[in-house]
Design a protein around this ligand. Structure first.
Ligand code: KPL
Length: 363
């Protein structure tokens, strides 16, 4: 048995060897596809939040298609159900891949199926959802699931329902997250020890070779989350406002100067959110200097140059965006630390206005 081997004493009926996925956006579909493609024995259930998704799922032949390097392949044998409060079968492994602003509502619909032995793996943009889920849904520590999070900069988009194009491959970094309602490092009290029953889900994800998933510590995961938050706080609102591909953010000096100003405004907040020194002995604040954060943003822009950011896609489709959990999160935490971020607060307002004037054309 390796460290991620399944506890074979747990059976199918109690849900330990089934992975549920809440949110069938591009990442949710990509993960479902690779889990089943790697091992057709893996039991995966997609949780639909609306009945019309069943019609789309049936029309897609109950398969997920994945296009890589121009070649389309599909994975079948995936289960699906519409979330319903009448359902009570336990959910032990749940990947939360819905939009950040829907997380609490979506999870409240399956809350009766979750308990202290469940593990939630959040694979989302932005930050602040785990703390919100704890305070709104699981205030009692005994019945609170364990939390993990996953960070990915894979370029994924879709051209039709239940189909994804895996354009830019990138690692999926997985790690445990404290399950408290606090994200100010010095005030954290949450349990970060991963639920040993999470092993099945983590083992399966790491085993799905094309997901390039690796497991790291809570402190290292936190650092990856903060780097990704920095990239999202620059790329997502600016591409939404300028209506451009990620790579076009570096095509003139004015945009580059704006990126620099925004990174230096958020840099102090990102550094204040780093894990405490005792949990990251090799931590180097210099890794999070404004220069290093800027270099990270440029790296993500280069790697995802041809992408239409998720926020621009949302604006064009007149959907709500994740701005409150990206720049809104930075502005709110900045205020709590006495590190005001007025420019990031303005981006929140501007993106909300861009949503109103968006032309609704998703290209
Ligand atoms: O996460 C992304 C997004 O679009 O939300 C990036 C990394 C910016 C890729 O487009």
């Amino acid at each position: 048995m390796n460290q991620f081997s399944r506890d074979v004493s747990t059976g199918t009926a109690n849900g330990y060897d089934r992975i549920h996925i809440l949110g069938v956006g591009n990442l949710g579909k990509l993960v479902a596809y690779h889990l089943v493609k790697q091992d057709p024995q893996t039991r995966v259930t997609l949780l639909f939040h609306r009945q019309s998704l069943v019609t789309e799922w049936d029309a897609a032949g109950r398969k997920i298609e994945c296009v890589t390097d121009g070649q389309a392949h599909s994975a079948s044998g995936i289960d699906a159900e519409v979330v319903s409060s009448a359902e009570s079968r336990p959910i032990k492994n749940l990947i939360v891949a819905c939009k950040t602003f829907m997380t609490t509502t979506a999870l409240s619909q399956v809350k009766n199926r979750l308990d202290g032995e469940s593990t939630l793996l959040f694979i989302q943009n932005g930050m602040g959802t785990t703390e919100e889920v704890t305070s709104k849904l699981f205030p009692e520590a005994e019945s609170r699931p364990s939390y993990w999070a996953g960070i990915s900069i894979a370029g994924v988009y879709n051209t039709k329902p239940f189909s994804v194009v895996h354009a830019g491959k990138g690692p999926l970094i997985l790690g445990p997250v404290p399950n408290d309602s606090q994200d100010i490092p010095s005030q954290r009290t949450g349990n970060v020890s991963p639920n040993p029953k999470a092993n099945y889900m983590i083992e399966k994800l790491v085993g799905a070779i094309n997901l390039q998933a690796t497991v790291t510590s809570a402190a290292e995961l936190r650092k990856a989350q903060l780097q990704k938050l920095t990239a999202n706080a620059i790329i997502n609102p600016l591409t939404a406002i300028f209506d451009c591909k990620n790579g076009e953010l570096l095509d003139n000096g004015a945009k580059q100067a704006l990126i620099e100003v925004l990174v230096s405004e958020m840099g102090p907040v990102i550094r204040a959110l780093l894990p405490p020194v005792e949990t990251q002995p090799d931590a180097n604040l210099a890794d999070f200097s404004d220069e290093k954060l800027l270099a990270y943003v440029h790296m993500v822009i280069d790697k995802t140059g041809k992408n239409t950011s998720s926020m621009l896609q949302d604006v064009k489709a007149r959907r709500p965006t994740e701005i409150d959990y990206i720049n809104g999160f930075i502005a709110a935490r900045g205020e709590a630390f006495g590190l005001a971020c007025p420019k990031h607060a303005s981006l929140v307002t501007m993106v909300k206005e861009a949503r109103v004037i968006g032309d609704g054309d998703i290209q």
